[in-house]
Ligand binder design. Structure first.
Ligand code: PRP
Length: 211
């Protein structure tokens, strides 16, 4: 079990079963998407822990009692493309969440992120920004994305991934100790092509049916 105070690793039998489905190279696209949707729900639920609440008063059919509103705006920011796989699950819990997009892909030779798109909504300075990307490998993409979000004024950032490599976790936790990370698994290492081992291959390609 990976222990760092700002890293949360999911620990649940359903997650273990679904991660196995996602890792298996024989899993077809339908099963892959279904398992991803289930884990995304648990990741979203965990990422939304500790949201500030505002008290209100509500009337049940029996009596008046205390109720709660979520007292912050939530802005989801997927790193394209694969980050899109985690957006719906958050919007299911927070239907009025705004969504910003950061387009970047990892250069196959240098393994460095290449930015190609950015579109952020207003309000990222005040709200909770949930940056999402299923794979945290070298951490280059997350590092770039967090740096950019901070430059745009984001103050409260959480990063949610499906599978993380220790290398990426080290890079992000050391550089951004104020950013908490929620992940479903911490894998063994990166290989010479900077792919996560054992990993699941390329999440974006498997989810979208490209290669
Ligand atoms: C993958 C993944 C992350 C990045 C992780 O994206 O979804 O964005 O690589 O690697 P890093 O931690 O070493 O930066 P990819 O380049 O495959 O693009 P895609 O999402 O469009 O498939």
């Amino acid at each position: 079990m990976y222990t760092k105070e700002n890293v949360t690793v999911l620990d649940h039998p359903v997650v273990a079963r679904d991660l196995s489905i996602l890792r298996n190279q024989d899993t077809d696209i339908v099963e892959f998407r279904t398992a991803m949707a289930r884990i995304a729900t648990i990741l979203a639920y965990t990422s939304l822990k500790e949201l500030p609440l505002r008290e209100t008063s509500i009337q049940t059919p029996i009596t008046e009692t205390k109720g709660y509103h979520i007292d912050t705006d939530v802005i989801v920011v997927p790193i394209l493309r694969a980050g899109l796989t985690l957006v719906d699950a958050i919007m299911n819990f927070i239907p009025d969440a705004k969504v910003g997009h950061l387009g970047m892909y990892r250069d196959e030779i240098t393994h460095e992120p290449v930015d190609y798109y950015s579109n952020l909504p207003d309000g990222i300075s005040e709200g909770l920004v949930l940056l999402v990307d299923p794979m945290l490998a070298t951490g280059g993409s997350a590092d770039d994305a967090i740096g950019y979000l901070k430059k745009q004024g984001a103050k409260k950032i959480r990063f949610t991934s499906l599978i993380s490599a220790p290398e990426g976790l080290k890079r992000i936790t050391e550089k951004y100790p104020d950013v908490s990370i929620i992940t479903a698994a911490v894998d063994e290492k990166l290989n010479e092509d900077a792919f996560i081992v054992p990993g699941l291959g390329d999440a974006g390609d498997r989810y979208f049916g490209t290669s």
